[in-house]
Ligand binder design. Sequence first.
Ligand SMILES: C[S@@+](CC[C@H](N)C(=O)[O-])C[C@H]1O[C@@H](n2cnc3c(N)ncnc32)[C@H](O)[C@@H]1O
Length: 251
Amino acid sequence: MSSSQEINNARFNEEALIWDANKKHVDVVETAFEALQRYVPALKDGTSKKYDVLELGCGTGLLSFKLAPHVRSIVGIDTADGMINAFNAKLASLPDPSKPNLCAINHLLTSADSPALQGAAAALATQRGETSSPPYRFDLIVSHLTLHHIPSLPELFATLQDCLKHGGTIALSDFEDFGPEAKRFHPLKKRPGVERHGIQKENIEELLLGTGFNEVRVERLCAITKWAEAEDGKVAEDLEFPMLMCVGVKS
Ligand SMILES: C[S@@+](CC[C@H](N)C(=O)[O-])C[C@H]1O[C@@H](n2cnc3c(N)ncnc32)[C@H](O)[C@@H]1O
């Protein structure tokens, strides 16, 4: 595991305990969820009830638990134990915790066929009484505020494409690298472990097209206001950080 991944994991293990108490985290996930309903027609017309979904960087499950009633299954993956524990605590408090249609695993995704990912998808299939067999692939892959932590986006996009069924969609949201001010999204103490200060529209479009995705769209979906620390002669202030939604379809 890279040292920046270790730094991230330590930070998110600590933040997991208070993640959902931050109203901004909850609100921006709500905005991402509303955007997903616009970008993924099946979530609007109800056909997503047959969808198997993968969430990359699921954290405490803010987005997974919103999506769960609209889909058949969700596997959340995250690299921080603290986040997975928080996700599992929510699972345990469901009205019928013995039959959830979602789960979370601590996993660094490098292959669609990894035993951990396949095992999680198989467990959910068995739970719903299905006798399907591997390899398990997904109809939809979502991710929110995680791409900026991933060392190699070309490698990730190739892996996500392998994880999809034919006709499957990726819909990934993250903050935009809109210029030098984008680095102020993270205060100085949280910057170690951040791979990039947001994602760039043209770069992501090019990478998704280069990976072979079709119907590629990278569009601004909203802006979030965050308190940015004083630095480089700039005063501490509220700054607007645009968010991008990155969509592509595997043909
Ligand atoms: C900013 S948080 C967002 C969490 C969640 N998506 C949300 O919006 O509440 C980023 C998450 O990505 C996870 N993460 C970082 N690097 C990762 C990787 N390589 N694979 C999977 N998850 C990762 C972190 O542990 C953390 O939970």
